[in-house]
Design a protein around this ligand. Structure first.
Ligand code: NBG
Length: 743
């Protein structure tokens, strides 16, 4: 097959065609050789409202095993496939949750597991970001202007989704996921009236207005009804109308709570259309659905107002209410107290808890890193854990080495091939035999990737990186708990120390940021502005600017990440312990040979377990310490005792920087020193961890002086990254949760 494909590429006429035509035609040519698997046996389905796929072109050629040859053939025709890097990412996701879904699809296909995905084909993906005067400016991400040659519209498989006030047509677009098996990501586009089309217009519309909430409910139901309708119909075609064996052939994974309505839709459909009793339908659902929790932040746990849902989905609301009745009977039989029942309730007063519904119905409930799964049991669903301990599982996240090493770091991959043979590509545990004392070539690769990163940044952001500097990178969504603000303070501490002559041996360092702030998130936007103001100050100071540089790149996305994780030396993962469920960027950096400078949070804990504490830079309060500290913590006392900290914190208010009259900086300062009606001052414990953070950053800087020793630490991280491959994560899901076999 690959021979034929390569032959066709050789015969392809590229003359005089523009980049979009080339991209479309070559992609379509490849698509002819990709045939999705027909589903026969037990299959798992991933139900997710986000998929952050990134660019498909290079990845698919890699998975087809023709990347290098195709590249050669095309370059002889004058087509440089790196030009296709100008093509928009398929950014149908916000961050880690959506990117995880993409990695899982990749690994399942890569390993030959029967896993298909269902999602929404948004017309506009995650907004594009620019900085105007240091502030985030957003514009629509019109990714489809490039066409979508990697998807196939299935006109004859469309179906109608009913709401009380309108009908919407769900038209599937299938994106083949290429690997050992070819799996399918099926994304539904909403068609029909103008209002119907709105459902798939934007990813995550604002949900702070009633209109926004309704739209969100519509999106969730749209995905759920389209997916469940289709699965039920296919089942009936094959097995008839008796649903007793449905759970034997299907395992449905709810990626967070966004598709929990599919549980209600499943029960609704079986009871209304197929004459199954409610009790029986609920029982089948309980053996079919599983739920992954991705955060313990209360604001992210979805609750819907019953009346609101009833307005557009009366039957679905009714099903949730009935689930509550059945659940209560079960809980009373188990002799749960009133309080316990309230804690587990699906319907509580007027509020429908999607998480409680998922926990009650889900056969398995998992967190995404060891510590997070513990917190899910202990803090989030303690009562459910008491009565259903066997439901609760952990599956630590993973990332695909195909995109995050083989594709984004072909130089390091080649080096590993030369040392270990290419067997590591399929069996990452082979990396453990890497001789990490042999550092010279690794150092050369890192330098090359840093050079490529510098070129990319120059091209995209017009910023020249400090030559030969240590690259510290913090790239992720902008959120207070991720503490980009703490890094800002740490940089200022270093800056003032440099100016005061207190850091005589400091080596040139770049602090590299990439992050988008949710459009309604005032503080996150303030932090972006603050970092850009710090960049302006630091980068223009002749006294320090050969030693310290701050760079915030615009429009951080999957494609940017591919450059950054390969070129960085230090991965900054500094969330408040207990708040980052897992993190997956941390794994990408590790795999590419960066040390982690971070807190004992999320998967950092496991990274350090595997790669060694001595090969990373861990600081800050642990989860237990934060829990102990919580009630008595007084940031103002810390500030009053530490003039250095006070000096940097006060740059928010003392006129050092201007936020152009927007009030960002004053509000940030008051969030740290006064608090707000919904939280105590400094509720992410920045001042608790900041001094240790600064020390860690300086230790990294010092250790970097011994190039070989530092490179050894970096290589130790690569060598112990096997556990963080999503091949491992998928195998865990397959075994612990889905009960599926490789083809
Ligand atoms: C995010 C967590 C990350 C985690 C990803 C993937 C949500 C709701 N959660 O820590 O914040 O790595 O999920 O599991 O986006």
């Amino acid at each position: 097959m690959t021979e034929k494909l390569l032959q066709e590429l050789k015969e392809y006429d590229a003359a005089g065609k523009d980049i979009k035509t080339l991209y479309t035609e070559i992609s379509e040519l490849c698509m002819k050789y990709i045939a999705p698997e027909k589903r026969e046996g037990r299959t798992a389905y991933y139900l997710s409202i986000e998929y952050l796929m990134g660019r498909m072109f290079h990845n698919n050629l890699l998975e087809l095993g023709v990347l290098e040859e195709a590249e050669k053939i095309l370059s002889e025709k004058g087509v440089n496939i790196s030009d296709f890097e100008e093509i928009e990412d398929a950014a149908l996701g916000n961050g880690g949750l959506g990117r995880l879904a993409a990695c899982f699809l990749d690994s399942a296909a890569g390993c030959g597991y029967p896993l298909d995905g269902y999602g929404i084909r948004y017309k506009y993906g995650l907004f594009k970001q620019k900085f105007e005067n240091g502030e985030q400016a957003e514009s629509a991400d019109d990714w489809l202007i490039w066409g979508d040659p990697w998807s196939v519209r299935r006109e004859n498989e469309k179906r109608v989704v009913h709401f009380a006030d309108m009908d919407v047509t769900a038209v599937p677009y299938d994106m083949p996921i290429v690997g050992k098996s070819v799996n399918t990501l099926r994304l539904f586009a909403a068609e029909g009236s103008e209002q119907a089309q709105k459902i798939c217009e934007y990813l995550y519309p604002a949900d702070d207005t009633e209109e926004g909430k309704l739209l969100r409910i519509r999106q969730e139901y749209f995905l759920s009804a389209a997916a469940i309708g289709e699965l039920a119909e296919r089942y009936v075609e094959k097995h008839g109308r008796n649903f007793n064996e449905f759970a034997k052939y299907h395992s449905l994974q709810l990626n967070d709570t966004h598709a929990v309505m599919s549980v209600a839709e499943f029960i609704r459909l079986l009871t209304k259309n197929y004459g199954v009793s409610f009790a029986r339908a609920l029982d089948i659902a309980k053996r079919t659905f599983n739920y992954t929790n991705h955060t313990i932040l209360p604001e992210a746990l979805e609750c819907w107002n019953y009346a609101l849902m009833e307005k557009i989905l009366p039957e679905i609301a009714e099903v949730f209410k009935t689930i509550q009745i059945y659940a209560e009977r079960e809980w009373k039989r188990k002799k749960c107290s009133k309080e316990e029942i309230a804690a587990m309730s699906v319907l509580h007063g007027e509020s429908l808890s999607m998480a409680n519904a998922a926990v009650y119905v889900g056969e398995k409930v998992n967190g995404v890193a060891a510590i997070h799964s513990e917190l899910v049991k202990r803090n989030l669903f303690p009562v459910a854990y008491k009565y259903y301990p066997d439901k609760f599982q952990n599956v630590t996240n993973g990332i695909t080495q195909r995109r995050w090493l083989m594709l984004c770091n072909r130089e390091l991959s080649a080096l590993l091939d030369s040392k270990l043979t290419s067997a590591w590509r399929e069996d990452m545990t082979r990396l453990e035999t890497l001789d990490t004392t042999d550092t010279a070539e690794f150092i050369a690769v890192k330098a090359e990737k840093k050079k490529q990163l510098a070129e990319y940044i120059l091209r995209h952001d017009g910023i020249q990186l400090l030559d030969g500097a240590i690259v510290y990178a913090q790239v992720k969504r902008l959120h207070e708990y991720k503490r980009q603000l703490m890094t800002a303070f740490a940089i200022l501490r270093i800056y003032y120390d440099l100016k005061d002559g207190k850091l005589p041996d400091f080596r040139p360092s770049v602090f590299l940021f990439g992050a988008k702030a949710a459009s309604g998130y005032f503080r996150a936007k303030g932090i972006i502005k603050y970092l850009n103001e710090i960049a302006r100050l630091v980068n223009n100071d002749e006294q320090t600017n050969k030693l310290l540089q701050v760079v915030f790149v615009q429009n951080y996305n999957v494609s940017y990440a591919e450059k950054i994780v390969a070129g960085a030396d230090v991965s900054l993962q500094v969330s408040t312990a207990g708040f980052e469920a897992s993190g997956t960027g941390n794994m990408k950096f590790m795999l590419n040979g960066a040390v982690t400078c971070g807190t004992m949070d999320g998967a950092n804990i496991e990274i350090v377990e595997h790669a060694g504490k001595d090969n990373n830079y861990i600081f800050g309060a642990s989860v237990e310490e934060i829990e102990r500290l919580k009630d008595t913590y007084d940031p103002n006392e810390i500030l009053s005792q530490n003039p250095d900290l006070k000096r940097v914190a006060e740059t928010l208010t003392d006129g050092t920087f201007s936020d152009g009259g927007k009030g960002y900086f004053k509000e940030l300062y008051s969030s740290l020193t006064v608090g707000a009606h919904w939280h105590k001052p400094d509720h992410y414990f920045i001042f608790r961890d900041l001094p240790e953070y600064v020390d860690s950053l300086i230790s990294v800087n010092r250790d970097y002086g011994n190039k070989a020793a530092f490179a050894k630490k970096q290589m130790e991280n690569t060598a112990h990254a096997a556990f963080f491959s999503s091949d491992r994560a998928i195998a865990d899901y397959a075994r612990k949760i889905w009960n599926i076999e490789k083809a």
